[in-house]
Design a protein. Structure first.
Length: 196
């Protein structure tokens, strides 16, 4: 089984939540780290996923809102700097599609979630560092989706609006985009960089 390491610069987590009863607000986390145990030649044998997201990196395009999201009413990043996902079971449900059951920890609360994951493929690619190509490296890609109720994780802030409306919806749709490099290639690159 090959271990694949997330490339943080090319991996991201996005969330979407209803805002003011009439639109969707989107947010993004780019500092996503993790690993996947996966054999592209035998995808049914997929074994596990671990992911860590730096909560303070939340970005919605509005500095004031981002600061509010980092605060105690929402992500509370001073007390809980990371969000984590750890798989318990990975099941191939056809071709390139998987169900990944695991635990999501957010604000110190851990709840089970189910990800619907789709394998996007494998490719030999260059790896650039310091203006020089250290590749080729083997890369794989996945996209995974799930939905959570924010109240399950203690994110309860809201403000009432007329006719029973609320500022923030309860459900968050989450999409995780992952580009990962074979751990053996990452170790080879690290050794080359140490020789400099």
């Amino acid at each position: 089984m090959t271990k694949w390491i997330f490339e943080p610069g090319h991996s991201a987590a996005e969330f979407v939540v209803r805002h003011m009863m009439v639109s969707n607000m989107r947010g993004l986390f780019k500092n996503v780290h993790g690993s996947i145990d996966f054999d592209p030649d035998n995808p049914a044998d997929a074994a596990g996923v671990e992911a860590t997201i730096n909560a303070a990196g939340v970005w919605t395009g509005d500095d004031e809102r981002d600061a509010r999201l980092r605060g105690a009413d929402f992500l509370n990043v001073e007390k809980y700097p990371d969000m984590r996902f750890s798989s318990a079971e990975v099941r191939c449900v056809g071709g390139a599609d998987f169900k990944v059951a695991g635990d999501l920890t957010l604000r110190g609360v851990t709840r089970p979630v189910m990800l619907a994951a789709h394998y996007l493929g494998r490719w030999q690619c260059p790896y650039w560092e310091g203006g020089r190509d250290l590749g080729p490296v083997s890369r794989i890609g996945f996209v995974a989706t799930t939905a959570i109720n924010r109240h399950d994780f203690g994110v309860n802030w809201n403000a009432p609006m007329d006719r029973g409306g609320r500022v923030v919806g309860d459900e968050l749709a989450i999409t995780l985009d992952v580009e990962a490099i074979a751990e053996s290639d990452m170790l080879r690159i690290a050794a080359v960089l140490l020789e400099k």
